[in-house]
Design a binder for this molecule. Sequence first.
Ligand SMILES: [Zn+2]
Length: 335
Amino acid sequence: MNVLKQTAKQCFNYTLATFALIKLRLQRTPTLLILTYHRILPASAPERATEQPGMALTPESLDAHLRLLRKLGAEFVSLDGWLQSRHKAEALPRLAVAVTFDDGWQDNYQHAFPVLRQHQVPATIFLVSRRVNTPWQFWPERILNILLNHDQELDHPALAWLREFGGTRNLTSDQANGVIENLKQLDDETIEARLEEAESAIPTLRISDQRFLLNKDEMEQMRDSGLIDFGAHTRHHYRLNHLKEAGSLESEICGSLKDLKADGLSPVNIFCYPNGNITAAGEQLVSDNFQAACTTQRGWNTAGVQPHLLSRFSFHDGNGGTNAGFLATLVRPGQ
Ligand SMILES: [Zn+2]
């Protein structure tokens, strides 16, 4: 990007940030902003080498978001608490902010929980019920590991399928992320089965030195703190509009809540759609079985919002690394 373009982009961002400041200050009707995060990782964390853009933010930036919003008069609420108050027709805060995390990453305990505790900010973590407390690794990180760290193996017959989707040697990180997007033509179960086969044939492809997801002890500590709620994010994180077996829709949606209850995690009755993918049948099941659901649609929620279509803002280094970027994201047009 040339300097002129970069400067114009920066000016636009500052204009948006100023507009957001004014909107946050002047907002009078009760509003709920839901912030979404995935991974909270220090800038130097080795895990970042095989992570997609849009997934990680530093603990320092999370801290800055919370400080800034509090300074602007926001009241931090638990998502469930806000929904309960609304249901009982109680007075709602002028500007309520609910913090959410998707997937149940181990770093939520290691790097986000201390920040939340320091500020006494509640949060809801949406768990993939059959994946947490196991050594599971999501397929995009495993694919990036193959493409960026083991591309000398790409000629192996067990990886022929990956080559079909653009998996060649010497890809840049951007190009490797393009392969992940290409692979989304397949359903998640099929991708995982092919990865299992490849990793069995070439064991060095396995990422062995990282635990990605929360374990039981970490979840229990967070639950017992009274600050953290857990919600359902399906059993296996399959995209609900692209299931291998259509019959597994109910198990993925309703089963995830059952699992969390059986695990003693006292989940809240809130669902979160993986990847934001919704189908009519899925939406019906969610409406019938949950008091509310989070989408990946962006926007400010009013007190009259349809509770099964809650809007959120997702933050990562790219849009949340500075206060101006964070504010601009809250009002960026085209959302
Ligand atoms: Zn997710």
